[in-house]
Design a protein around this ligand. Structure first.
Ligand code: FES
Length: 148
């Protein structure tokens, strides 16, 4: 996906995330607003940001975004549990970006061959500190990450 396509999807995501707020603002019913208010509040107050589409993740196997925050973000599904995992792919040794190896279930640094478990734990030196892990969730067809 090129930058222009990604930015257009970010625009769609921003529109989609603001939709519950618009619906709440237009609603007169107190009964109908409760669930939508909670959903809108959760997205807004928890500072989750859209990183991409679930379909893109499932096609590519991994989403990497350098622009969503001050830190890069990598999202993938655990190969066995399908659980979403989001982390900072910068190796804690000298900041090369790690790569997902689904054959070994490891994140491998191409620079000096440090290995990390899929939960970010350093398992082979020279890196000794874990990768930074983020909260991640899927809502409908969109993937959201909370970068702190
Ligand atoms: S930068 Fe990753 S092992 Fe050195």
């Amino acid at each position: 996906m090129d930058r222009r396509t990604f930015l257009s999807w970010v625009g769609v995501g921003a529109l989609a995330s603001s939709l519950p707020i618009v619906i709440i603002a237009c609603s007169n019913s107190e009964d109908n607003s409760t669930g939508l208010e909670q959903n809108a509040t959760e997205v807004k107050t928890n500072n989750f940001q859209m990183i991409g589409l679930a379909s893109e993740l499932d096609t590519k196997g991994v989403l990497v975004n350098e622009d969503i925050a001050d830190k890069p973000v990598m999202v993938f599904r655990h190969p066995e549990t399908e659980k979403l995992i989001a982390l900072n792919p910068e190796c804690t040794h000298q900041k090369c970006n790690v790569e997902l190896n689904i054959k070994t279930n490891l994140l491998v640094c191409p620079c000096h061959d440090s290995h990390f478990a899929l939960d970010g734990t350093a398992v082979k030196k020279p890196a000794t500190k874990p990768l930074e892990v983020y909260k991640v969730k899927q809502e409908e067809h969109l993937i959201f990450v909370k970068v702190v």
